[in-house]
Write a protein that binds this ligand. Sequence first.
Ligand SMILES: [Zn+2]
Length: 312
Amino acid sequence: MEKNGYFLYTIQTGDTIYKLSNEFETSVQRIITANSGINIYNLNVGENIIIPVGNVVDTNEYYDSQKMYDNIDSLRIIYPFIQVEEIGKSEREKPIKCIKIGTGNKEVFYNASFHANELITTNVLMKFIEDYARAFTDNTTIYGLNAKNLYYSASLYIVPMVNPDGVDLVTGSIPIVDNAYINAQKIAESFPNIPFPQGWKANITGVDLNLQFPAGWEQAKQIKNAQGFNKPAPRDFVGYGPLTAKEALAIYNFTLRHNFRLVIAYHTQGKVIYWQFLDYNPPMAEEIGRRFANISGYTLAEVPYESSFARI
Ligand SMILES: [Zn+2]
């Protein structure tokens, strides 16, 4: 009966929210939050209500785009204060979804899975969304911070999967007879040293989304061309111009519409935290990087010159 962290329950004679919360090992607050308008002092026998149980997010299984959309739907049912916005579409017309939690003036932006085979970063942010929403509902803390204070002081925007097509390719969710798969395979044939599809980082057309931004793009192009990435590739092709990939343009436009105090892009593989862009030293950036390094065990690193360009 349990489905994605909640199930429907029909009220029986003698039920109270408190009794149900004990019976199903959930909290009174979670039941009330999931059932807006419910009169907890006068439950209607025969009425169906939502009982949140367990977790929505499974950190042991990879996300493809469909699983992420399903999980986002479930989180919205259990935590209706979560807002979901579509900020654009991928090349295969998959929605790029943004989840907003909080109502405060400080705007913060987290994003993950820019790079297809770094898809575990989606799990990290989905898990964080669920933990935060639950802490807010139960009026508890998250990493030592009062969740309600955080909620009312900051607006957190999270895009857990910037590159849904690339992730679907790596997870085997695009059928091998699909034209998108066949085209990607053709692109990969020119780069036999990069395993296919496991080594795929780009979007489905072979553009590296993290090399698409008009911030030193020409330099990035020169560096990557010299390394042989001068055409669509599983990784490191900067595109034929900045912001030519739909996913990068969506992130760019979304960023322009806001006044983010902090942007954190989740990558993996390197086990390092980058905090700079060339000689720019944003206030607090090094300190924030240091905290991430402490909690993750990764190294706080200077960005290598050749990796400095065209990235978010
Ligand atoms: Zn990456």
